[in-house]
Structure formats: structure tokens, C-alpha cells
Design a protein around this ligand. Structure first.
Ligand code: ADP
Length: 178
């Protein structure tokens, strides 16, 4: 089971997978961080697809996910999920963050995605502490993968050293538990 989860350090826009996940905002309006990088690399098709979703359903609530084309990216799809803003930990943040990973994987399954790459959702501008976010992210993904075998590989593509190290530690803690 663990072999299905891989950690890599790098730029998610370069990943050769069926779908990459974006840490979006609830308005689905282009932002900074990984959102800006994905939209720059993927081009205006992604912006247009997000505009259409906003017109249809008013955006995307925190903890949920929507899917668009990958535009010019190597990935066929971008799954946009809205992570919680860190407010100290007693505002349902961990449940909402776990929901982001579950909802993204469930949309991936619906679209026959076999390989998917996640960034570290909520740990940039939204301020979620890396160690806590990594533990939530990895256990949510692991639990989802245990329920079925539609997804072949989940990669976490971590941009900087400290984020990568946080996920490495959380993964070995999780593996130690089993
Ligand atoms: P949020 O608003 O959910 O906190 P951010 O985009 O601010 O989202 O940050 C989420 C994570 O994505 C951070 O760890 C940030 O360093 C990382 N990140 C930024 N650019 C990229 C990229 N091109 N590929 C992968 N991760 C990235």
C-alpha cells in the first residue's frame, strides 16, 4: 500500500501524471503560490474553465473540489481543491483538509485518473503548520487508497526543503504505526 504514495521535491506543473491538484481559493480566481504557477503553465483554458464553474455554481466551498482541463500542462486535468485557512486548529481545519484530499481522489476516480500529484495544500498562504498538515494529508490519502484500487499512484510534489522534510517525517511516522 505504502508504495502507492511517493514524495518528491519539485514543481508540480512539470509532473507527468493524469491529474495535478491545485490549492485553489473558493472563488476559483487566480491566486499566488501554486495556483499562479499552475495557471501560468497551463494557460488561459484553465482560467476559462474556472470562470465557467464559478458562473454555474458560484465557486467551490472549502474542503471540496472541482475538475478542469489541464490546458497546456503535461497533466490532462487539474483538480482544484480549497484548503482551510489555519485559524489555530479548533475551527475544523483538520477535517476540512482531510476532505480536500478525499474529494480530490474521488473526483479523480470518477474521471478514470490513475496517477495524481498533490501539492501541500493550505501550508503556504493559508498558514497551516507543515507537520500537522502532512500528517492529515498522508493519513487521508492512505485511508482512501485502502478502500479500493482505482488509483495507481499518488505523488506529493513538495516545493521546498522544509515542506519535503515535514512530509518525509510524517510518512515514516505513519508507516511506523502499521
Ligand atoms: P495555500 O493557499 O493552500 O496555502 P499556496 O499555493 O500558498 O496554497 O501553498 C501551498 C504549497 O504549494 C506551499 O508549500 C508552496 O510552497 C507550494 N508551491 C508553490 N508553488 C509550487 C509549485 N510550482 N509546485 C509545487 N508546490 C508549489
Amino acid at each position: 500500500m505504502e508504495t502507492k504514495i511517493k514524495l518528491v521535491q519539485g514543481d508540480i506543473t512539470k509532473e507527468q501524471v493524469d491529474a495535478i491538484v491545485n490549492a485553489a481559493n473558493s472563488q476559483l480566481i487566480g491566486g499566488l503560490g501554486v495556483d499562479g504557477a499552475i495557471r501560468r503553465a497551463g494557460g488561459s483554458e484553465i482560467d476559462r474553465a474556472c470562470d465557467e464553474i464559478r458562473a454555474r455554481q458560484g465557486g467551490c466551498p472549502t474542503g471540496e473540489a472541482v475538475i478542469t482541463t489541464g490546458g497546456n500542462l503535461p497533466a490532462k486535468y487539474v483538480i482544484h481543491t480549497v484548503g482551510p485557512i489555519w485559524r489555530g486548529g479548533n475551527s475544523g481545519e483538520s477535517e476540512l483538509l482531510a476532505s480536500c484530499y478525499r474529494e480530490s481522489l474521488s473526483l479523480a476516480l470518477d474521471n478514470r485518473v490513475k496517477t495524481i500529484a498533490f501539492p501541500s495544500i493550505s501550508t503556504g498562504i493559508y498558514g497551516y503548520p507543515i507537520d500537522k498538515a502532512a500528517a492529515v494529508a498522508l493519513s487521508a490519502v492512505k485511508e482512501f487508497l485502502m478502500q479500493g484500487d482505482g488509483i495507481g499512484e499518488v505523488r506529493f510534489v513538495l516545493f521546498d526543503d522544509s515542506t519535503y522534510r515535514g512530509y518525509e517525517q510524517a510518512l515514516s511516522a505513519l508507516e511506523g504505526q502499521t
